[in-house]
Design a protein around this ligand. Structure first.
Ligand code: URA
Length: 194
């Protein structure tokens, strides 16, 4: 697991570099880099896939329709967006909301690893397949991994469905995701590594 501060001395320094990043082709099509948002000392960190059109315009993660659902799910476990930290696998919008490509994910990975290292959350919730497969280094799909506690360094990682998939998936997907958030909250309250 590569999570750690890397060459940077602070989260602010990571952000400064990420905002000027030209490591991959997404730099030429983005409006702005969407680095991350929330409490840099949060115990709970969410990792999504990559910015969509709304995020690319506003420079903040999860502010579109999927983001509004994420906000409600966070509030459903008694927290606010300000209590948590939210980041993505890739910091720049893939054009037309296509999947991020392996090279883009690899080039962006040091920023995510540094965010995980500096925030050092007790609980990491991965939203959807891209974040889950990347951080757990697995090819197993989200439907089999979701809602379970996976050791992740000193933290516990709880995969859940991506909010955009929940919007498409209806009541069952929403109920599953709510249950996964309760698992994450329980681990957070326990405060221990399992
Ligand atoms: N979907 C994501 O994965 N991340 C965002 O920031 C917004 C939508």
């Amino acid at each position: 697991m590569a999570t750690g501060p890397g060459p940077w001395g602070s989260l602010a320094a990571v952000r400064t570099d990420a905002l000027a990043c030209t490591r991959c082709p997404l730099a030429s099509t983005r409006t702005q880099v969407v680095f991350g948002a929330g409490d840099p000392d949060a115990g709970l960190m969410f990792v999504g896939e990559g910015p969509g059109a709304d995020e690319d315009r506003r420079g903040e993660p999860f502010v579109g329709r999927a983001g509004q659902l994420l906000t409600r799910l966070i509030e459903g476990i008694g927290l606010t967006r300000d209590d948590v930290y939210i980041a993505n696998v890739v910091k720049c919008r893939p054009p037309g909301n296509r999947d991020p490509q392996p090279q883009e994910i690899a080039e962006c990975r040091p920023y995510l690893d540094a965010q995980l290292g500096f925030v050092a959350p007790r609980v990491v919730v991965t939203l959807g397949n891209f974040a889950t497969k990347l951080l757990l280094d697995t090819k197993v799909g989200i439907t089999r991994l979701r809602g379970q506690e996976h050791p992740y360094g000193d933290a516990v990682l709880v995969p859940t469905l991506h909010p955009a998939a929940v919007l498409r998936g209806g009541g069952v997907a929403l109920a599953q995701t709510r249950a996964d958030f309760v698992v994450a909250k329980r681990v957070l309250a326990r405060g221990a590594t399992s």
